[in-house]
Design a protein around this ligand. Sequence first.
Ligand code: HEC
Ligand code: HEC
Length: 335
Amino acid sequence: MGYAWMLFIGILGSCGQENANAPYVFPITPVGEVPQPAHNLATEKGVTLGKKLFFDPRLSANNAVSCASCHHTDKAFSDGVALTTMGVSGNPLVRHSPSLFNLAWHEGLFWDGGSKNIEAQAFGPLTHPDEMGMDLQDLVHKLQADDEYPALFKEVWGTDSITTQRLVRALAQYERTLLSFNSPYDQRVAKNLPAEGEVLEGEKVFVQYCAACHIPGLFTDLSYHANGIDTAIKDRSHELTHFGRYRITNDSVDLGRFKTPSLRNLAFTAPYMHDGRFATLDDVFAHYFRDHTANPLADSLLKSQDYSQVDPQQKKALKAFLMSLSDSSFIRAQP
Ligand code: HEC
Ligand code: HEC
């Protein structure tokens, strides 16, 4: 009896230790529970470690470039320029830095969906010579020799061994916590209130012309489309920038197709599109609100109705609706 009781206390004790790295509790979102892979369930300490790593320039070859150098907290984790030159080489990257939020639902990362999960995605920027330019072996040695990291890795995984797999898992845990569902639109929908006035008028324009691809909730269908910003892609020197999904599938129907970006937080994420070619929403509207029927590279949805019919008042209203999707509570000063 006494022995069984001691055993019981022993079990309790070890539970207490497990709880030292408690599971991270995600909020329930308007689009449901935050998905996460069974092999990398987020913990409090894992998320904290991932956050530290995300902002740490020592993850780069010259100790000067962090993930946050191109994903700014004050711009919904985009960077405000068309093609960044913030990487270790100073060369411009071939595509625009996207915002980062609500990524847990994405089945493909990058504009062309070339990476299949958030964990694996991080190897791209870490090793790319124009981004962080790190040799992964050197990175492990650098962090293993650090004053703090071995202990932090131990808190999360039980041993102080630093591996690149653990590193990208921690980054991914942090990235899944970047949730943005607190815009005026969300606050209204949570109260079951209908849109009013100009926002209501704009919502109607949105539903007719935009919602098929930018589906409410995440405001993306997470799929790949050519939204007609180019009429032809002939020059192979544009392969990296403009070929889009074709680079991944090698299927000609995917030429010029890109992952539909979310329309949340547009107030903070200019310039727009995969190459950052449009500086303002007016530029974006000038693109969409014209006749797309003659464009061989425009998605059939853009040809199914006449986009040139939308009048200035409707455009103004659409802008008001789109601005109601921006979540200022997600915006933090850039450290
Ligand atoms: C030098 C700038 C730069 C740095 C540094 C950088 N990124 Fe990026 N990031 C980009 C660009 C540009 C893209 C889009 C690339 C593409 O699609 O071709 C991108 C794409 C992404 C995406 C895909 C988002 C989506 O919607 O598909 C994620 C996630 C991401 N970065 C996370 C990170 C993490 C984590 C780090 C640090 C380990 C990092 N980035 C470092 C510029 C950068
Ligand atoms: C056929 C699907 C489709 C339709 C319909 C559509 N879009 Fe898009 N949208 C996309 C795709 C795909 C992209 C990314 C294209 C690229 O980067 O080259 C995009 C990009 C955008 C962007 C840039 C976002 C960013 O972060 O860079 C904005 C803004 C936008 N669309 C607004 C609209 C509006 C407003 C409408 C309705 C008038 C609309 N879209 C209709 C598919 C669509």
